[in-house]
Design a binder for this molecule. Structure first.
Ligand code: M6R
Length: 628
């Protein structure tokens, strides 16, 4: 009889907290604000950023300094903050999403009349519509960011009441945001707002703060108030007043932080990898939501809408490592929904393969970092032969993004652990959107199926959240399997593609020999390796091929294997054949890869932990492979 590791049905109202890309901080008190802000921002550096800035209010004037690059440069430029006087200010570390990492795109952003300055963490999904509206009303935009709409909205709505103007502006925003706003009419006041992006207020004595991340605050105060979604705080040096979204004053509890700084950096998790695994619902949501509007897939910022699909007779996907395995999922999905032939090529092979590629080839390049040397070389080779290139990249302004004809960003935020998790799931999510978009455009996807899949794609963040609820059970499985010498991952079709990534996760962080095999290939050689107690991880989420995979499970069981199956909640057939079963929530089969990888990431993580491995920095590996 199998042991069951059950994931319940999707929780309808799950809110994805704790995912963020930039870092924000604010101070109001009796000391000079700039040095305090700079010290706070330094504590946010660990999360990755590409530019930084501060704005300080002195009497009724707001002054600003912003740089692309490191905080050290900002310190140099401002003489460690001494060039500014003023006791209230806001600061920001930016991980570029909308617009390259330039001085102008760095935050804070200032209103045209110089009265307001804003820092923002999150994504404003309706910024294009708002920008058009504001431009029409005569507001000047200096940056390419989504954030700049916020400060112009505040200016537009200001009629003498700072808080009311911020509340009105916030009511127009869709997406996720934690905001800090200064107004030169009220020189010691900051207004902070939260919606789906973390924000906490630091409570001092004669000094108060806000930040997106507790690490920026612990050197100043350990007493904090956590804002909830829809809440606003008016912060002065002596008083903090919190309001709900209707403007009603509310009482908030003060919490004491006891984490040390290292635990705080990891959001209380033991490793960045675990933190990043947990961030996946938010990362995928941030990646897909702005591209899904009124039952259409939209590619506003990339210009991809202009791609002439009629001219494409073949798609080549190229990448390395996990990104390549994301491409393997993409092949199944695109071929199924768009009926266009797709080749997935390892970039290191493609670059030297004299590829058959011409101007009718669409090249899809996947890369979290955007800087992988082999991927860049393969891309250049294919573009030389006439291919149109579309890159799917996480780092704005990276080399691959710059070279590509079109770039669609995965908004996963900085990934610090060497083993990619949210990088992979956000890449797969973009491939789903592409397949839906191309299938509809090419007419290969009928309206009913399109709608069904569209609705299911929207559910992916919740399904991932639900799959994460396996967390308490996976460590037990890791204890059972961690001392094995080898582990095999099997599956068919999309399950096979996921087993490739599952095996890579296992080997790269736990150093356990893990291999993925197409389940139907076992009999052609590999089954000779199956012996008593050999762990086999069987992926069984592709509904049309489940029976076939079950037969393979029976075959390896007959040779003594210990089988851990991953399948859907309603799949009772597996219980009688596998030794252990992990369930994932029900989702359309073709979309299951992005969900079934979650327990495999967790399994790899906990096996590595059992084996005492350096999880975030596995031996011999670098986060970004910038040499051949
Ligand atoms: O930055 P990229 O996505 O181009 O990196 C490609 C691979 O080096 C990367 O996916 C690697 O395999 C992962 N670190 C594995 O977890």
């Amino acid at each position: 009889m199998s042991r069951l590791y059950n994931v319940d049905i999707i929780k309808p109202n799950t809110i994805f907290q704790g995912f963020y890309m930039c870092g924000i901080m604010g101070y109001t008190g009796s000391l000079d604000a700039a040095p305090i802000l700079l010290e706070g921002l330094k504590k946010l550096e660990y999360r990755g950023y590409d530019s930084a800035g501060i704005a300080v209010m002195d009497k009724n004037v707001i002054s600003m300094s912003k740089v692309s690059g490191r905080i050290a440069h900002l310190c140099e430029k401002t003489n460690d903050g001494k060039l500014f006087s003023g006791h209230a200010g806001i600061g920001h570390t930016r991980w570029a999403t909308h617009g390259a990492p330039t001085d102008t795109n760095a935050h804070p952003h200032m209103s045209n009349d110089g009265k307001f300055a804003v820092v923002h963490n999150g994504i404003i999904e309706n910024y294009l519509t708002l920008r058009d509206e504001l431009k029409e009303k005569g507001y000047r935009f200096d940056s390419q960011t989504d954030t700049e709409v916020v400060v112009h909205l505040v200016e537009m709505y200001f009629e003498g009441d700072f808080r009311k103007a911020v509340m009105k502006a916030a009511s127009r925003l869709q997406g996720s945001y934690a905001l800090g706003v200064l107004c030169s009419d009220e020189p010691d006041k900051i207004i902070a707002v939260r919606e789906y992006s973390p924000l906490l207020i630091g409570v001092g004595i004669g000094d108060n703060y806000f930040a997106s991340d507790v690490t920026a605050l612990v050197q100043y105060t350990r007493n904090v108030i956590y804002l909830d979604d829809g809440e606003f705080a008016e912060i002065t040096k002596d008083k903090i007043t919190v309001y709900d979204c209707t403007g009603k004053e509310i009482n908030k509890e003060i919490n004491h932080i006891s984490w040390d700084i290292q635990a705080a950096e990891k959001g209380g998790y033991e490793h960045f990898m675990l933190k990043e695994i947990m961030e996946q619902p938010g990362a995928v949501k941030a990646t897909i939501t702005p591209r899904m509007k009124d039952n259409e897939i939209v590619w506003d910022e990339s210009g991809l809408d202009k791609l002439d699909l009629k001219n494409v007779n073949k798609i080549v996907i190229t990448a390395c490592g996990s990104a390549y395995y994301a491409g393997c999922v993409g092949k199944y999905v695109i071929e199924e929904l768009c009926r266009i032939p797709v080749q997935v090529e390892l970039a290191s092979e493609l670059r030297y393969s004299n590829p058959i590629i011409d101007e009718h080839t669409l090249l899809i390049v996947l890369s979290q970092s955007g800087e992988t040397a082999d991927t860049i070389a393969a891309m250049k080779e294919c573009m030389k032969r006439g291919a149109k290139s579309l890159s799917v990249v996480n780092v704005v302004g990276s080399t691959i993004a710059k070279i590509a004809d079109y770039t669609v960003y995965t908004w996963a935020g900085p990934e610090i652990a060497v083993a990619t998790t949210k990088g992979y799931t956000t890449q797969v999510s973009i491939l789903y959107l592409l397949a839906l978009w191309m299938g509809k455009k090419a007419g290969t996807l009928d309206e009913t199926l399109y709608q069904k899949l569209y609705d299911n794609v929207k559910m992916i963040p919740k399904a991932i959240q639900n799959a994460l609820d396996l967390n308490p059970k996976i460590p037990q499985l890791a204890k059972k399997y961690h001392s094995s010498k080898a582990m095999f991952f099997i599956g068919r079709n999309t399950d096979y593609a996921v087993s490739l990534e599952g095996a890579l996760k296992m080997k790269e962080i736990s150093y356990l020999h893990a291999e993925a095999y197409a389940a139907g290939e076992l009999k052609h050689g590999t089954i000779a390796l199956i012996d008593d107690h050999q762990p086999v991880i069987a992926l069984c989420c592709n509904s049309s091929l489940q029976e076939k995979t079950i037969s393979n499970i029976v075959e390896v069981k007959a040779r003594g294997a210990e089988v851990l199956a991953v399948t859907y909640k309603d799949n009772s057939n597996i219980i009688s054949v596998a030794d252990d079963v992990i369930y994932i929530p029900q989702i359309e089969s073709i979309l299951s890869p992005v969900v079934e990888i979650i327990p495999l990431q967790l399994l790899a993580y906990y096996v590595a932990k059992e084996n005492g491995c350096d999880i975030d920095k596995p031996k011999n590996l670098a986060k970004s492979v910038t040499v051949e």
